[in-house]
Design a protein around this ligand. Structure first.
Ligand code: ES4
Ligand code: ZN
Length: 325
């Protein structure tokens, strides 16, 4: 009953996509050539051959080196524009896009180069009928001091992004490591979200820190919350958004987590479906909805409920939400 066309055409909000994770092999090769970067691959087939991972650490080991091809402001613009065109084809109406400044500033690329290129693409996205904005993520496996510096550098641009997030390797990197940065960001009126990747060590403790201490508005992935009924109850009552990414979870945890998604949907949690790193995990947002719907035999009503949750959990105004709900 739920077709590929249905999942593609349904109006959606994309709340969990890493712009660096939308770097397709073709653009990677093109930018490597333009910028004279040695990446060890010369053909699409060779790039595809390099896409081998089965957990978070092995994925990140492929993911970060690929970003070396992004040098100029125009490279960031082109990356984001290519993503936004794919998003438009998937009927994404609103996109809140993660970017990882430290993955670039650590290679000597200026923060202003990254954000200016990405921001220019979000402006041009209006012509595609997409309302797009940016979320700046801290890399949790880097130091607090690095996060502090990054936030300091970002604050002069605070009207150019809507919130902060937390991503990269979760192992031994609990949310409270960045308590100060989250507080400062909130004081400046920024929204807050953070990854609690599926099946990570101490995942429930991390989710509890995020909800009780930091006061996040969303949790990225976070489906392990089903193990704690009190936290599920809290998330439902407080309209905490959970952004689940089936194709990513299938790579990282060999499980799309459909059972957890359905249980949370049933319990009234604002859970929705997203694409994480679509160039790496085999599909954009429509593909993620379709894969989940196929595997778990979802009804149209369930798919529509997930898509409506994506607008409810988004950071658009109540008036804009009324338009989509
Ligand atoms: C990520 Cl799957 C995943 N987990 C954590 N951080 C990330 N950054 C990009 N993809
Ligand atoms: Zn993610």
């Amino acid at each position: 009953e739920v077709t590929r066309e249905f999942t593609r055409n349904l109006p959606k909000a994309e709340l969990h996509v890493h712009i660096e994770g939308t770097l397709e092999p073709e653009l990677k090769l093109k930018l490597a050539k333009k910028n004279n970067i040695e990446i060890g691959q010369k053909t699409i087939a060779e790039v595809e051959e390099s896409l081998k991972y089965d957990d978070l650490a092995s994925f990140l080991a492929v993911y970060y080196p690929a970003m070396n091809v992004l040098i100029e402001e125009d490279d960031f613009y082109e990356l984001a524009m290519a993503y936004l065109k794919k998003a438009a084809q998937n009927n994404v109406r609103h996109a809140e896009i993660f970017f990882d400044p430290q993955a670039h500033t650590s290679r000597g690329i200026a923060f202003s180069t990254v954000i200016t290129g990405l921001l220019r693409a979000t402006v041009d996205a209006r012509a595609l009928n997409i309302d797009a904005c940016l979320i700046m993520c801290f890399l949790r496996d880097l130091s607090r001091e690095s996060a502090r510096q990054t936030l300091l550098e970002a604050l002069p641009y605070k009207d150019k992004f809507v919130g902060v997030g937390l991503d990269s390797d979760e192992h031994n990197n609990p949310p409270l490591k960045f308590f100060n940065q989250f507080c400062t960001a909130q004081e400046h009126g920024l929204h807050v979200t953070a990854h609690a990747d599926v099946d990570q060590v101490n995942s429930l403790a991390h989710i509890r820190e995020l909800l009780e201490v930091i006061g996040v508005e969303r949790i990225d992935h976070g489906t392990n919350i089903v193990e704690d009924p009190d936290l599920v109850d809290f998330a439902a009552k407080n309209k905490i958004g959970l952004t689940s990414c089936p194709l990513s979870n299938d790579f990282i945890a060999a499980d799309m987590k459909g059972k957890e998604v359905l249980e949370l949907l049933e319990k009234g949690v604002k859970i929705s479906i997203h694409s994480d790193d679509p160039a790496y995990f085999g599909g954009y947002i429509g593909d993620n909805y379709y894969a989940l719907a196929q595997k778990y035999d979802l009804t149209k009503e369930q798919v529509v409920a997930l898509a409506k949750n994506s607008f409810e959990a988004s950071w658009i105004s109540q008036k804009q939400k009324a338009f989509y709900l």
